[in-house]
Design a protein around this ligand. Structure first.
Ligand SMILES: Cc1ncc(COP(=O)(O)O)c(C=O)c1O
Length: 404
């Protein structure tokens, strides 16, 4: 039974929140509109309670930002203690930005020297591009994939409304191979890519080393955007293996707190005159949350989480084989592929079995702890999909990144 306060909230959301959403991929049209819940109420572990009072297993994980799980005690206690005992925003730097940077560099990215903390992924990628332009004296950055909503990144995409013109300082390649050819042809300041999209394999790592070579011989800096893939693989960040010039981090590094950053060597981070500065970059509670997340992740036997996630993804794909919908990717990160109407049916039946699915699929530490529940609910979905009378009761989700 839907709590009437939430029906009212849905209407208010559509009225006072521009476009009805702050994050495009949380908009009702990204799901099976008419069937899906719209308002989240509370999270606990892998579960998200929504307006209908039901607890869904949440495979969207706050768009990948909840890497450990909702309300993880040791993380939230640290954040609350910071707010209650000391406060959040100050007039001088705090020990928290130093401690979080030291821990990150020492335990995760030891070949780098310094961090510029920021708040959002787009800020981090824009800052990295600026640093690369300052370092090389070149103007144009080559992007592969999505790096946030800022003008330069969106200017090459399909939705340029509101932008003055295509940003001449950004080119786009469709994939890694295409990028390598382009870098050999033009003097780019940098190439920015998401190093692990849906393939975490030795083959992919080999390609990243090739890309690094191509960049090095052209004097093009290599930027890895690890905002989504960071802390989703047992190595933590693939940048600890391949060593690009700059690393962008965000989302999962703080389990829901708003922290992003650019990580790099002294020569780029300290010795160049670039301007990157933001009032809330050093906000202490979020950085305390980040440090607590980095520590928790180190203690959670992530290899085990990763192995379980891979098994579960394979198991889900096996169950959906006859339905011709599948998760592409590696265990902790996937993407639903198949006919859109069929994907919509999977989403619809999943929501009835209390599994929240979005186009991207994430598996976090808390899910490892509730893997049995996830599987038992998916078993019900597989059965429901066999019903010959199955019909779509809502709208087909729109493709992500299409305009709201
Ligand atoms: C690979 C990648 N980079 C950057 C971003 C931008 O991050 P944010 O939305 O925090 O600005 C995203 C967002 O989804 C992303 O997927």
């Amino acid at each position: 039974m839907v709590d009437p306060r939430f029906t009212e909230l849905k209407n208010r959301l559509g009225k006072v929140i521009a476009q009805g959403c702050l994050t495009n991929s949380k908009h009702p049209s990204c799901f099976v509109e008419g069937v899906y819940p719209i308002i989240a109420k509370a999270g606990l572990g892998p579960f998200l309670e929504c307006e209908d009072g039901k607890n869904y297993i949440d495979t969207i994980c706050g768009l990948g930002s909840v890497s450990i799980g909702y309300r993880r005690t040791e993380i939230d206690k640290a954040v609350i203690a910071q707010i209650m005992n000391n406060g959040r925003s100050f007039s001088l730097p705090t020990v928290h930005e130093i401690e979080a940077a030291e821990y990150l560099l020492y335990h995760y990215l030891p070949s780098y020297d310094a961090v510029k903390w920021l708040k959002t992924g787009a800020e981090a990628t824009s800052a990295a591009a600026r640093i690369a332009r300052a370092a090389t004296g070149r103007k144009v950055v080559l992007q592969v994939g999505y790096h946030g909503w800022h003008d330069q990144w969106i200017s090459t995409k399909n939705n340029p409304q509101g932008l003055p013109s295509k940003d001449m300082a950004v080119d786009e390649s469709m994939d890694l191979e295409d990028a390598m050819l382009a870098i050999d042809e033009k003097h780019y300041a940098a190439a920015i890519i998401e190093p692990i999209m849906l393939e975490h394999s030795e083959e992919n790592t080999k390609k990243l080393f090739q890309l690094q070579e191509v960049c090095a011989r052209n004097g093009t800096l290599l930027i890895f955007d690890e905002i989504v893939c960071g802390m989703r693989i047992p190595e933590g960040f693939i940048s600890s293996v391949v060593h690009p010039d700059l690393v962008c981090i965000g989302k999962g590094i703080a389990n829901g707190s708003s922290v992003s950053g650019v990580v790099g060597p002294k020569a780029l981070m300290h010795e160049l005159p670039y301007f990157v500065s933001s009032t809330f970059a050093g906000e202490a509670a979020d950085l305390v949350g980040c440090l607590a997340t980095l520590k928790t992740w180190k203690n959670c036997q992530f290899e085990d989480v990763y192995a379980k996630a891979n098994q579960t993804m394979q198991w889900i794909n096996e169950g959906l084989k006859e339905f011709h919908v599948k998760l592409e990717g590696y265990g902790t990160r996937g993407y639903w592929k198949g006919d859109l109407e069929k994907i919509a049916l999977v989403f619809q039946e999943a929501i009835k079995c209390q599994i929240l699915l979005g186009r991207s699929f994430f598996y976090n530490v808390a899910m490892r702890e509730s893997d049995e529940v996830l599987r038992s609910r998916f078993s019900d979905v597989f059965l429901r999909l066999k019903n010959p009378a199955l019909a779509l009761e809502g709208l087909v989700p729109r493709e992500p990144f299409k305009r709201v």
